[in-house]
Write a protein that binds this ligand. Structure first.
Ligand SMILES: Nc1ncnc2c1ncn2[C@@H]1O[C@H](COP(=O)(O)OP(=O)(O)OP(=O)(O)O)[C@@H](O)[C@H]1O
Ligand SMILES: [Mg+2]
Length: 329
């Protein structure tokens, strides 16, 4: 399968009062045509910043320092003009944002925003765009779609706004849809509906999907491949079933242990953060302080992502020993 998007050595740093903060730390991956790729990781691991960088949405942020390449259709998105980037976002690349209330424009009605999306991307007449907008709202589970068209974002619940955002993102039938926690704010039934909607779209349009989620079970069941991020770095990637059933990185193992069983969320194993004064994040493994299996090599040498089995790669010096249980930790 060929690639729809290639991310090469992406770095995103933010300038802050206390110096430079590394949000995304030298990550490279590709999204294949028709693929459903999940990005998972705890809060703050850099998932949204990665997505925003891919969409070219961080250039307006003066605090952000971005390097690397994002190649789409043979072109580096980072080298496109503002206008070219906008065109791309209206047609080929679309994103459902994590915070729907913030991303909808408060001064326009839902209908105006959705109709505009159809007119811009599909060059439809106002009447066609209006009909399609109502249909799309119904498809994302909004029953009284005709009424909702006349409402403003603040008049809707968070979950409703999220569904409106999904409808807007789908208006252009994008080649690549990035869904950032698209279903998190929704109740389970609606969540299942939205996942089905995204799945149907995927089958119908053969588009690619980058699905950002905290929910490893959804990632396992819904996507083809999982990338696990920890503190801005990629720590594991592989076929979803392999990553879930046979996690190799100690961090992925922790995430899977934290998946709720029988409705109860097990607490994430908390590993005491002994602050090690000799620890230099740039040199060593970023997971060092939380890792049960750490050794001196982890302190001094940053593990790179290496292929262990077919498509299954991991950034851990000792994953074989941890896996086999043959080590004396
Ligand atoms: N505009 C910004 N300025 C400064 N720091 C930022 C900015 N945006 C994000 N960050 C920081 O970058 C890190 C990664 O943030 P990001 O939003 O990508 O996390 P995330 O993995 O999406 O988390 P969540 O699951 O909570 O959405 C966080 O520590 C965050 O505070
Ligand atoms: Mg996020």
């Amino acid at each position: 399968m060929s690639n729809i998007l290639e991310i090469k050595s992406l770095n995103v740093h933010f300038r802050g009062n206390k110096g430079i903060f590394v949000a995304v730390d030298d990550i490279s991956f590709e999204i294949k045509k028709k693929e459903k790729l999940a990005i998972v990781g705890e809060s703050g691991s850099g998932k949204s910043v990665t997505a925003m960088a891919i969409m070219g949405l961080l250039f307006s942020n003066r605090k952000a320092i971005i390097s690397g390449q994002v190649i789409y259709s043979g072109k580096n998105i980072f080298e496109l003009s503002k206008k070219e980037l906008q065109t791309l976002r209206k047609s080929d690349l679309s994103m459902i944002f994590q915070d729907p209330v913030m991303s909808l424009n408060p001064v326009f009605t839902i209908g105006q925003q959705l109709v505009e999306a159809y007119i811009m991307s599909k060059k439809q007449s106002k009447k066609q765009a209006n009909d399609n907008a109502v249909k799309q709202l119904e498809k994302v589970g909004i029953l009284d779609a005709k009424n909702v068209m006349h409402l403003y974002p603040h008049q809707l619940s968070g979950g409703m706004c999220q569904r409106v955002m999904i409808a807007i993102a789908l208006a252009s039938n994008p080649q690549l849809l990035i869904a950032d926690e698209a279903t998190t704010a929704l109740d389970v039934t609606i969540q299942a509906q939205i996942l089905k909607l995204l799945d149907d779209l995927h089958h119908r349009e053969h588009n690619s999907l980058m699905f950002i989620t905290h929910d490893l079970i959804v990632a396992k069941l819904f996507t083809d491949r999982i990338i696990v991020m920890n503190e801005g770095r990629m720590v594991e990637s592989g076929r979803s079933i392999d990553v879930y059933d046979n996690p190799l990185h100690p961090y992925t193992k922790l995430l899977i242990q934290a998946v709720p069983t029988l409705g109860k969320r097990k607490r994430l194993h908390s590993i005491p953060k002994e602050l090690d004064s000799s620890f230099d994040r740039k040199q060593g493994c970023q997971f060092y302080e939380r890792c049960n299996f750490r050794q001196s090599k982890c302190l001094n040498e940053r593990p790179s992502l290496r292929l262990i089995d077919k498509e299954h790669a991991v950034a851990c010096h000792f994953c074989e020993e941890i896996k086999d249980g043959s080590s004396n930790y």
